[in-house]
Design a protein around this ligand. Structure first.
Ligand code: DAH
Length: 345
């Protein structure tokens, strides 16, 4: 029996030494040490051996098992290393290959437009300020002279966050915050995201506005007009004209909607113009003289009455301006993150 064990053992060691793959190694292991392996088979017949022979044979079998295990481990390490060497040789980095050109990111058209508008107004002394997007009902509506029963408060328009808290529906809320927080003069520009429950080709539940506010003594409607003309010409070209149409916004009196002359129909209005639909004008913003009630909310009421404190405000939608400037046909393109669209800017 011991001879049999020796024969199995030395054959196994030979086989292991020459095993050329991990698969082959496993085969050898099973054929010797597996449940039905050669070594195991011999040990099964141990029962027939006399009691004094048994421990000797057992010891020999254990010794072979130990040797085979060690040989297995050694060969496995060798094969692993060989495999790794092959892999390293195959995956060698070819540093002579030309590099991939990195994709250069660009600013989103909304960001670009916002920055252009800020640039124009900072040249005439406007400071940029921001406010929270989650706003109190009071600062978004009440303080801006929008009473509780105003249509702008309708559930369809406003996202309510909880009692007395809304997602701001316009950046006019920042105007109210700033006036309450500081005394006049105020000359600020407030860019930021605003929210309304509305969605189609020209409306998005989240969009961006810029609010402008100038409060000082003797600020007149003509100052508003001059400021907006400067803005229009800087943005749309030196020959741009503006016109003010009377309109109603609760926070200004008088209020106006402001149009800029169509930059597509520069020399002659074309009845088939795709930009202005043949009217020659493009509506770009709302504006007006700050309503006296807002001065009371701000704590400026006394100066309004005794020091001729006045002011003008305006608010514009950045997406709309970007669509006009870049000829973007559908608002939703701005928020889809499609690289083919974004690459064009
Ligand atoms: N808050 C207005 C809106 O969201 C825009 C606006 C109109 C702002 C007139 C103003 C303004 O400051 O004077 O539609």
């Amino acid at each position: 029996m011991i001879e049999k064990l020796d024969a199995i053992g030395s054959q196994a060691l030979k086989d292991l030494e020459t095993a050329a793959s991990l698969d082959r190694l496993e085969q050898v292991r099973i054929s010797v040490l597996g449940k039905k392996g050669a070594l195991s088979e011999v040990l099964k017949s141990l029962g027939a051996v006399s009691a004094e022979e048994r421990p000797k044979i057992g010891a020999v079998a254990n010794e072979w098992k130990r040797k085979i295990d060690a040989a297995l481990e050694l060969r496995k390490a060798q094969l692993d290393k060989a495999a790794l060497d092959v892999q390293l040789a195959q995956e060698r980095v070819d540093i002579s290959l030309p590099a991939r050109t990195p994709h250069r990111g660009a600013l989103h058209p909304i960001t670009q437009t916002t920055q252009r508008i800020i640039q124009v107004f900072s040249r005439i002394g406007f400071d940029v300020v921001t406010g929270p997007e989650v706003e109190t009902d009071y600062l978004n509506f009440e303080a801006a002279n929008i009473p509780a029963d105003h249509p702008a408060r309708d559930m369809q328009d406003t996202f309510f966050m909880g009692p007395g808290v809304v997602l701001r529906t316009h950046t006019t809320s920042v105007q109210m915050r700033m006036m309450r927080a500081q005394s006049w003069p105020v000359r600020i520009l407030c860019p930021g995201a605003v929210y309304r429950s509305d969605s189609d080709a020209t409306h998005s539940p989240m969009f961006h506005q810029i609010e402008g506010l100038w409060v000082d003594q003797n600020v007149k409607m003509s100052d508003l007009k001059g400021t907006l003309l400067f803005f229009a010409q800087e943005l749309f070209g030196a020959d741009a004209k503006i016109r003010l149409r009377p309109s109603y916004f609760p926070f200004v009196e008088p209020g106006a909607e402001v149009d800029v002359s169509c930059f597509q129909c520069r020399t002659k209005i074309s009845p088939t113009c795709r930009v202005c639909k043949g009217s020659g004008w493009l509506e770009i913003l709302g504006a007006g003289m700050v309503h006296p009630r807002l001065f009371d909310v701000a704590g400026y009421g006394e100066d309004y009455r005794s020091k001729n404190l006045t002011g003008f405000a305006f608010g514009l939608g950045i997406e709309r301006i970007a669509m006009l400037l870049y000829g973007i046909p559908d608002l939703r393109l701005m928020f889809q993150g499609d690289v083919r669209f974004l690459n064009q800017f």
